[in-house]
Ligand binder design. Sequence first.
Ligand code: HEM
Length: 227
Amino acid sequence: MNKKSMILRTPLIVRFCHWCMVCLFILTALSGLSLFFPSIKLFGLFLGTPQLVRELHPILGCVVFILLMFMFLKLAHHNIPNKDDLLWIKNFKHVILGKERGIPIGKYNVGQKFLFWCIMGLILVLFVTGLIMWRRYFADNFSVPVVRIAIFFHSLAAIGLILLAIGHAYMAIWVKGSIKGMITGYVSRAWACKNHSTWYEEEMEKIYQEELKLKAELKTEQATKPE
Ligand code: HEM
């Protein structure tokens, strides 16, 4: 891979966090489903006995929450809606047909931004309701109706997040080059220009400014060099 023709899209720490979170999310989702549907033994098998699953599920959930909050801090500013997003929505038909060239798109498009806020909102609901339901530590502090309401919203949010995660993974496969970008951190300039034109222009401007600065430094260095 020639890094000169590539652009850094996702730093190592965010990539590491994302893939750890994905593995733990799968374990949390499967263990949660095994508690919800105890008759389907397959869901819980990989974590051991049902008792162990019950102990591990909330701990795994907390780690997923912390990892997602870290991603939130790193990525929230790229996911703030702006006026260019309206153009993306208006031209949604073209986007679906893969003809998004010419539509100004920042680091993340409207679909990704929407998904980002839904994921963050749902994980917050799961975390808060999960704490209320956590028998070992907290559930005794709440009345039975409150715990029941928490269980209801925990289940709804879990189904929502699992469906969103499946949709997100599908979209990542659909847009060729994005999974490679999330693994290596780099995307090609052509990919960036096609899928995220505004972000591409901003990155190219940064590279251009850095080159100018480097040239200026080189010039002053040569000028101050003794003969
Ligand atoms: C096998 C499953 C998954 C795959 C293949 C996948 C793939 C990706 C890729 C390729 C990106 C970068 C998109 C880009 O650079 O444009 C990304 C970003 C992201 N992923 Fe995943 N992902 C998976 C599962 C998950 C799960 C389970 C969650 C959380 C529940 C998640 C949350 C995120 C978030 C929050 C971002 C940042 C997006 C943004 O800031 O708008 N991913 N993922």
